[in-house]
Design a protein around this ligand. Structure first.
Ligand code: FJE
Ligand code: FE
Length: 302
């Protein structure tokens, strides 16, 4: 019995860190600051992930009216609150620990603006959609912090935003198969988290200092992105005296051609030309953009 339980713990081939990036602050939107790791010049794309921004916005800064097509945006709030408002009348505010999983599909035009005093902080991840899903109807999945599954074991706490960890499953449906886990490790904790073999996966450190991949590797601190190589899971250690917090995100690569023009991500140049045409002429999913402006009344250039 014991053997059977033990055989499921432990990894055959832990993933190693193959590249490391420090995400430095840069200006985005209107007066907002983002630390962009995926999506910057040196790392255009990590299939299926297009962008990872750690954002910081203080009113009157924000991300006023702008479009998306061909992918999903996942906004995970760490501090403060953001109000989103789209051209179809969908509106809401997400606060600390809340997640908005937005499938833009054929088209969304929306604004994302601060909803509280002080600085709003969070993560925004852009996940590509496969060619067969790029033009689907837009869809939102919103989970408030209290409904996000949490599990705790041996000094490890995980919040399961997508996928499964420590026996806890997320209700989020991922069109592009994805896992998104928010880990906090107490000093001395050691994590072994399975990841499907064929998936691409990365770690982004939010707080503290962690050891990833190999127990003898050097510690990594906040605002660093770590790309993981082949293997069946992640091993991580907190050998420091403070809490370690990081996200682990993995996804099945689409292995499709990609042509991106700002917030439009398609497979071919023809599809991008068509998308610009659709956006300018309010067609094929952008109909409602013709008469819509958010409360901010501003438009984001891209
Ligand atoms: C966008 C410029 C942008 N990262 N993180 C151009 F800034 C944006 C954009 C965001 C964004 C929004 C939030 Cl709430 C958090 C972000 C970029 O909105 F979509 C385009 N096209
Ligand atoms: Fe957006």
């Amino acid at each position: 019995m014991l053997e059977k339980e033990n055989c499921c713990v432990g990894l055959n081939e832990p993933k190693l860190v193959v590249r490391k990036f420090l995400a430095r602050p840069q200006h985005e939107g209107v007066g907002a600051i983002v630390r962009r790791s995926i999506g910057r010049f040196e790392l255009r794309y990590f299939d299926p992930f297009l962008v990872l921004d750690e954002f910081s916005v203080t009113a009157p800064a924000g991300f006023p009216d702008h479009p998306h097509r061909g992918f999903e945006t996942v906004t995970y709030m760490l501090q403060g609150a953001v109000t989103h408002e789209d051209f179809d009348g969908h509106k809401g505010t997400i606060g600390p620990g809340d997640v908005q999983w937005m499938t833009a599909g054929r088209g969304i035009v929306h604004s994302e603006m601060p909803a509280a005093q002080g600085t709003q902080k969070g993560l925004q991840l852009w996940i590509n959609l496969s060619s067969k899903n790029k033009m689907i109807e837009p869809r939102y999945q919103e989970i408030s912090s209290k409904d996000i599954g949490e599990a705790t074991k041996d000094g490890i706490k995980v919040r399961v935003i997508a996928g499964e960890a420590l026996g806890t499953k997320s209700p989020i449906y991922t069109r592009t198969p994805t896992m998104y886990l928010d880990f906090t490790l107490e000093p001395g904790a050691h994590l072994q988290q399975p990841i499907p073999e064929s998936w691409n996966a990365f770690v982004y450190v939010l707080e503290g200092e962690g050891i990833f991949g190999r127990s003898k590797s050097s510690p990594v601190n906040a605002h660093h992105l770590l790309l993981l190589g082949p293997g069946d899971g992640l091993e991580a250690w907190n050998k420091s005296s403070k809490l370690l917090r990081f996200i682990l995100v993995g996804g099945e690569p689409l292995c499709e051609p990609l042509v991106q023009f700002g917030p439009f991500v398609m497979n071919t140049q023809e599809e991008i030309d068509q998308t610009i045409d659709d956006f300018e002429n309010y067609t094929n999913g952008f109909e409602k953009a013709r008469h819509w402006r958010s409360e901010s009344g501003l438009t984001l250039d891209f």
